[in-house]
Each structure stands twice: as structure tokens, then as C-alpha cells.
Design a protein around this ligand. Structure first.
Ligand code: ACM
Ligand code: ZN
Length: 764
């Protein structure tokens, strides 16, 4: 049977999935190629197979060597390598010019029963063809222990014509906040290469650590690479120039370009700790031990700053052949420049309007220098402020607006907005996840990213080079944790930047990820898998409760315990819905066939009796009290005298609110018409807590952005007093209350079902 799915939508792809019979090898590629046709049958790589190179090109041989090495390590097969295109059999790698695409990264892969033919517009394209070939082989091909020795090296016959959507397919890693071993840096590059991504953005300097040896300035590493931690220990490390060269060479053999980032003018306290004379105040400084943004930055007025930076950049340029060079440019406070006579003199001498133009002048000067070294400057979107340097490429992180503006000014752009590309954000309920910096970014949301904003014209859109995932490491201190945060979100991003938008389909992506997880297992990657899926983390019940758990991954198993113990060590496999009749603390976990596990989730079951409702003479509205002050919890103003009182019709914000921070307490009664279990939901920014009948039902307390929380209570017919506590500490302000229950879909509480605190009451 010949199956084709060219630009096929869901239907064709599903037919393909369903029609795979036992003898056919399933094709599950990540990222999905532009065109794929399964032609039936298989090719077997034998132990005496050869790779034939179409020409004597050094990079083509490098691509072939990569594939040869992989098969040698994982399957113990030693492929013969020779320059010869005459033999009709074997694996042929050819440089050519493909008629379907001008992209330098485009390749064609044709597998028949007799041969494998990869033709690429460049050696890198041939390398991508070989990456696809690896994914057509069993997943153990990615392992390191001849795991494949006992298996046949079978490849399904296919015709693939493929090219990337974007030229910039990047992954970033911050080694300033935490430093990672070289073996991990290389593994990260392997992950980039297997996803057909092509840029490793290496963030090498930070307030909290300078991580690259600079021979002319030894104090950068002697002092700048070590910090005292808040706990009183020291933390540090750096990469020597020899180690950096080794990494860059490793990346080259995987067709990955390495872009260094040397931060300026801000995020430079570690450098200033060694060379305080380069600051406005002269210091002294300590390598910073807390995260965030520091006031002290390089002095823009002193010539010594530029002499230093040019010497540093010269050494760095010599280590990194990539034409792009990242100079940071983000989060540079201007407060020191405002008070510095040298900086003010510079503003005067250069005819600049203010400190923003001084920053712009600073970046332009660095750009001019980098141009003498044949390097193109890349900076975070703050480099737009005060005017862009003439040739600068902008990395848009504070949303996409900076990228849109830069593209409209005819500058190249790499999209990396926090909303879709910050892989330091939480990827699940923080209650079940290791501590992260905040935010919330699921793999599905990454997958939905559209790097080219609709607002751009066709001409402007050409400036969008691609997108990049960023891994900032304030809360990532180990390689294991970095893998957990980066993968599989980078798999989703790889498809965003490679696959045509109209071929992207999240359900099919999840299906293809099943094979990809096995590849990641073979590579021993600590990727994240979602825990058991359940509608809430806590439930109230009257007599018995039936708990249903689901898993997001086929092939995985769920284990659970019902006594609070470790679900893998002492739990049992979840097969069917579970019935409980008393208070229970359940722990559950998803386990992959490889033994790889998800985080543990906790589910609390609480047996309650119905609380009888009250009768009352209804008085409309809900009463509230306001509390002045800066609070971090709704209980911080429990014993404080209110500054004002009033009434509103439904829970939410009163019309008159203090300008800054405050606390708010709302009291009233809610009418329940039918006895049963009710779930209440709050969505608030910052914290809130809802109590009903004096019981805390929804705890959404603490400093946070807009966040939903929920909880249940068993209520009888009649009126029930509630208290909604809230505080606003700055930033966004949201306060919403909803409920659901027997015959009530999730909704806000109607005015008619509310009464104020002042009402008279008696028991029913
Ligand atoms: C950034 O996240 N400060 C670029
Ligand atoms: Zn200064």
C-alpha cells in the first residue's frame, strides 16, 4: 500500500496511524517534516553496509561521521565510509541543489528496499536528513551501550522532502546563576541537534557569576566566578578557553552554532567585583548572591570601560566563529548614570537627550567595534530604547511588541517572548512541581506559538528569523533539573520553528511524542512527563467517593498509594476507578516503561456531613471592610482595624479603592437551594481565601499573579455565611468568585442568592 500525506490534515494522518499494521514500522518524527510519503517495505542496515559520499567535502564527511559514530556506539556496527556514487546499494549522501526549496537546510530522503539516498542543499541539510534517518530507526539508536545489538536496524521505506520554516531555531542556557558540567553542555547540544535546531545561545556572564576565562583580565574569574551564598557557602566555577573551544568544536560537528552572550551594560556586578573602577561609584562590590536586577552597571562615561570591553570581546570573538554575538542589553537601571559626572559629561559631549540615549550610544559603540571583528550584534529588546544600533538583531522577550517594532524598522528579530518561550516557568500546578521562578507555560502553549505576528506585512515578516527557548537558571541548579525544564518543551518549540504552520496539530504531535520519549529515555534525559490527570487536588464527599485518574501518555502506568506513602515504593498500579469511604490522602504518579516517572500528585479526600442552612430576613448586598497596609497574606490584617466600610451587590471590588496596597474582607450569606457538595473557585491577583461556615474552603493566599484555586464543602438548603479575604500588593488586581454544585454549572453567584451580614437570622 502506498500512503501519502502531503500537508495532510488530521484525517489523513489519523488514517495513517490506524492503518499501520504489525509488519509496518510506525513513523513518528519530531519535528514533523514538510512532506512525507510512506512507500511500503523496509531497508535494513547490515553490519557490512557502506556510506557513500557524493563528493570529497569535509563537512559532508563530518555529517557522515556523526551517523557512523552513533551506529557504532548504539549498535556496534562499523559502517564503511567512502567517496563513491556509483554503487546502487548502501547509504548515499550527496550535496545537490533541490528543486523544491532554496533553503540551505532543505534535504530529500528516499529510502527504498535497496538504498538510502539523502540529498541536501548543504552538508547541514544532509545532517538533518541523517537526523530523520535516526528517528526512523529504533529509539535505542540514541543510547550509548550497544542497546541495539540484538535488534535489526530496519528503516521503513519513505520519501521525505523537508525544509525548516525558520532559519533561527535556538535554545538558550544561563550558566551565570548556576554553572553546569561540560558533559551536560554537550548533552544539551545533542538535544538541540536531534531536534534539527541550530543555535546554542550560551549566556556566560551575570551579576551572580562570570563563567568564561579571559586571559587579559584574570580577576573576572578569580573573583567574578565565585559568590558567597545566602547560606554562607561559596558557589562558583568557570569554563577555560580550552573547554570553550572543545564545546564549540563539539557543536560544529553537530552543525550547531554557538552564540556567546557577554552581558552589558547591566547584569555585570560579577565583572565589577573584580574591576570596580569600571563602575560609576568605584565600588567595592561583591558578586551578587540574590537574583533580580542590580543598580550597579558599567560606567558609560569612562573610556576604561570601553577599553576593557573591547579587550574582553576580542578574546571571546576568537573563541566563537558564529557571526552573531549577543551583548545582553536588558534590565540596565540608569540610576548610577544619573549621578555620575563621567556619564553626565558623556551625555553632554555626545549631545544625547538622556540616559536612555546613553544606553543606545553604548550599544552602538559596541556594535561598531563588533563590526570590525565581522560580528553581528544581537541584544534583548531593551536595546530599542533610545534608538536601535544600525545593524542590530533584536531578541524580543518582553512579549512580541519589541520584535514587531524592530521588524518595522527593518531589523532582524528572534522571537523569545516570556509567554511562550521561557522554559524556566512552571509547567504544571506549582503544588506538584519543583520550585520554579513563577509563570506558567505548558508544552501545549509552547506548541501553539506563532513566531510571526499577524500585524506584520509580508515584507516586514521576512525579518523574523525564528524563535528561541530560554532556560534561565535562578531556580535550576542541576543538570537533571535543567533537562526537566527544557524537555519536552523544546520538542514543541522545535516543531514550531521547523514545521509548516498548517501541518502543526497538537494531538498528532502528542502521538508522535510517544516514540520521542523513548529516544529521550535512550539518551537518559530527565524529561518532564505529566502526572496523573485528575479534575482537582481535593474533594469533599458524603458517603463514598469514586476517584478516576487518567494519564496523558499511552504506554505509561499510574501507581498510587492511599496512606500517604511513596506510590512507587509501596503503592499499587491503578487499573480502574477507586472507591473510598473515609478521609484519605492519595499519592499518585505516572511511570514510563523505562521507569522514568512524573512528579507525585497529592489528592485529599474529605468526608463531611451536610451543614444545615440558616433562615434569614434577606437584606441585599455584601458588606466589606478595607485595610490600609502592605500585606503578604490575607491573614496579615486579621487583627487590624478597618479604615473604611461599605456594601456591594456581589463579591468583587468596591468602586472606591485605595491607590496602593490594601487588604479587603467581604462578608455575606449565600443561598443554597439544593443540598449537596458545592465547589467554590477564586481567581485572584494577589492572594485570597474563601471561608464558608467558618471553614476555609479555597486557599488562594500569598503573593501571586492571576491564579485560580478551588475547594469543596457540603452545604444544606438555606443561607450560609461566608467570608472572602483578599489583598492587593501591587501589579495586577483581580478578584473573582464562582461556584458549581448540584444542577449548577460553574458561574458567579447571582445577586438574588446573596445577603448581607447585617441581616437577622434564625435556624431553619
Ligand atoms: C531577560 O529575560 N532578562 C532577557
Ligand atoms: Zn558613570
Amino acid at each position: 500500500m502506498r500512503r501519502i500525506f502531503k500537508y495532510g490534515g488530521l484525517l489523513l494522518s489519523l488514517i495513517m496511524m490506524l492503518s499501520c499494521n504489525k509488519n509496518e514500522i510506525e513513523i513518528q518524527l519530531v519535528p514533523e517534516p514538510t512532506f512525507l510519503s510512506a512507500t511500503g517495505g523496509q531497508y535494513r542496515i547490515s553490519s557490512v553496509a557502506s556510506i557513500y559520499l557524493g563528493s570529497d567535502d569535509a563537512d559532508l564527511k563530518m555529517a557522515a561521521d556523526f551517523f557512523k559514530d552513533r551506529l557504532s556506539v548504539s549498535a556496534g556496527v562499523n559502517l564503511n565510509l567512502e567517496v563513491n556514487s556509483a554503487n546502487a546499494k548502501g547509504i548515499h549522501l550527496t550535496l545537490g541543489s533541490l528543486d523544491f526549496s532554496d533553503s540551505p537546510d532543505a534535504y530529500e530522503l528516499i529510502v527504498t528496499g535497496k538504498s538510502v539516498n539523502i540529498t541536501g542543499n548543504s552538508s547541514r541539510a544532509v545532517f538533518y536528513g541523517l537526523q530523520t534517518l535516526l528517528q526512523l530507526l529504533p529509539p535505542e539508536i540514541y543510547g550509548d551501550e550497544e542497546l541495539l545489538k540484538a535488534k535489526q536496524l530496519l528503516i521503513p521505506c519513505v520519501e521525505i522532502r523537508d525544509e525548516p520554516r525558520y532559519s533561527w531555531r535556538g535554545m538558550h542556557l544561563d550558566v551565570g546563576r548556576h554553572i553546569f558540567p561540560l558533559e551536560f553542555i554537550k548533552k544539551y547540544i545533542d538535544l538541540i541537534a536531534m531536534h534539527k535546531m541550530n543555535v546554542f545561545h550560551w549566556h556566560l556572564t551575570e551579576d551572580q557569576g562570570w563563567r568564561i576565562e579571559i586571559k587579559k583580565y584574570p580577576l573576572l574569574t578569580e573573583i567574578g566566578s565565585v559568590r558567597k551564598t545566602a547560606e554562607g557557602d561559596t558557589y562558583g566555577g568557570f569554563y577555560t578557553q580550552e573547554q570553550i573551544k572543545d564545546v564549540v568544536e563539539y557543536a560544529r560537528t553537530r552543525f550547531v552554532d554557538v552564540m556567546p552572550e557577554i552581558e552589558l551594560p547591566g547584569h555585570s556586578v560579577a565583572a565589577l567585583a573584580g574591576y570596580p573602577e569600571l563602575s560609576c561609584t568605584g565600588g567595592p562590590f561583591e558578586v551578587r548572591k540574590v537574583w533580580g536586577v542590580a543598580a550597579d552597571v558599567y560606567c558609560a562615561g569612562k573610556e576604561e570601560t570601553f577599553e576593557f570591553l573591547e579587550n574582553v570581546l576580542s578574546e571571546v570573538v576568537d573563541l566563537f566563529p558564529f557571526e552573531y554575538f549577543h551583548i545582553g542589553g536588558d534590565e540596565c537601571p540608569k540610576i548610577r548614570w544619573e549621578d555620575c559626572p563621567d556619564c553626565q559629561k558623556r551625555i553632554n559631549d555626545e549631545g544625547l537627550a538622556d540616559e536612555h540615549e546613553l544606553q543606545s550610544w553604548f550599544i552602538r559603540r559596541i556594535e561598531t567595534f563588533l563590526q570590525t571583528k565581522n560580528r553581528r550584534l544581537v541584544g534583548w529588546d531593551e536595546i530599542l530604547e533610545g534608538g536601535l544600533a544600525p545593524e542590530a538583531t533584536v531578541m524580543s522577550w518582553r512579549g512580541v511588541a519589541g520584535g514587531i517594532q524592530a521588524a518595522r524598522e527593518s531589523h532582524d528579530v528572534i522571537m523569545s517572548p516570556t509567554s511562550h518561550c521561557y522554559f524556566d516557568f512552571y509547567q504544571g500546578d506549582p503544588a506538584n512541581e519543583p520550585k520554579a521562578i513563577g509563570g506558567f507555560l505548558t508544552m501545549e502553549k509552547v506548541y501553539s506559538f506563532e513566531p510571526t505576528p499577524e500585524a506584520l506585512s509580508t515584507e516586514e515578516a521576512k525579518h523574523i528569523l525564528g524563535a528561541q527557548g530560554n532556560v534561565w537558571t535562578e531556580y535550576i541548579s542541576t543538570a537533571q533539573q535543567a533537562e526537566y525544564m527544557a524537555v519536552p518543551r523544546m520538542s514543541a518549540l522545535a516543531e514550531v520553528v521547523w514545521t509548516p504552520a498548517d501541518l502543526r496539530d497538537y494531538e498528532l504531535f502528542l502521538y508522535r511524542m510517544k516514540a520521542h520519549y523513548l529516544r529521550l529515555d535512550a539518551m537518559d534525559v530527565n524529561y518532564r512527563i505529566p502526572g496523573p490527570v485528575v479534575s482537582a487536588n481535593s474533594f469533599v464527599f458524603l458517603k463514598e467517593f469514586t476517584l478516576e485518574l487518567h494519564k496523558a501518555l499511552d504506554g505509561a502506568k499510574i501507581f498510587f498509594s492511599a496512606d500517604g506513602s511513596d506510590p512507587v515504593e509501596s503503592g499499587q498500579e491503578y487499573i480502574e476507578p477507586l472507591v473510598f469511604t473515609s478521609d484519605t490522602h492519595i499519592k499518585a504518579i505516572v511511570v514510563m516503561p523505562s521507569g522514568h516517572t512524573s512528579s507525585v500528585i497529592d489528592i485529599i479526600l474529605d468526608q463531611q456531613d451536610i451543614i444545615t442552612g440558616l433562615d434569614l430576613v434577606r437584606q441585599e448586598g455584601v458588606s466589606y471592610s478595607l485595610f490600609e497596609g502592605n500585606f503578604k497574606s490575607v491573614y496579615d490584617f486579621k487583627d487590624v482595624k478597618a479604615s473604611s466600610y461599605g456594601a456591594i451587590s456581589v463579591p468583587g471590588f468596591p468602586d472606591e479603592l485605595p491607590d496602593g496596597a490594601y487588604g479587603l474582607v467581604e462578608n455575606g450569606y449565600i443561598q443554597i437551594e439544593r443540598a449537596g457538595i458545592y465547589r467554590f473557585f477564586t481567581f485572584s491577583d494577589d492572594g485570597s481565601v474563601l471561608s464558608v461556615r467558618g471553614q476555609e474552603v479555597v486557599n488562594n493566599d500569598g503573593l501571586h499573579g492571576g491564579k485560580e484555586a478551588s475547594g469543596e464543602i457540603a452545604l444544606g438548603q438555606g443561607w450560609h455565611p461566608f467570608e472572602l479575604r483578599y489583598f492587593q500588593a501591587g501589579g495586577g488586581s483581580i478578584l473573582e468568585l464562582e461556584y458549581s454544585g448540584p444542577n449548577i454549572e460553574k458561574q458567579s453567584i447571582q445577586k438574588e442568592n446573596l445577603a448581607s451580614y447585617a441581616s437577622a437570622m434564625k435556624m431553619i
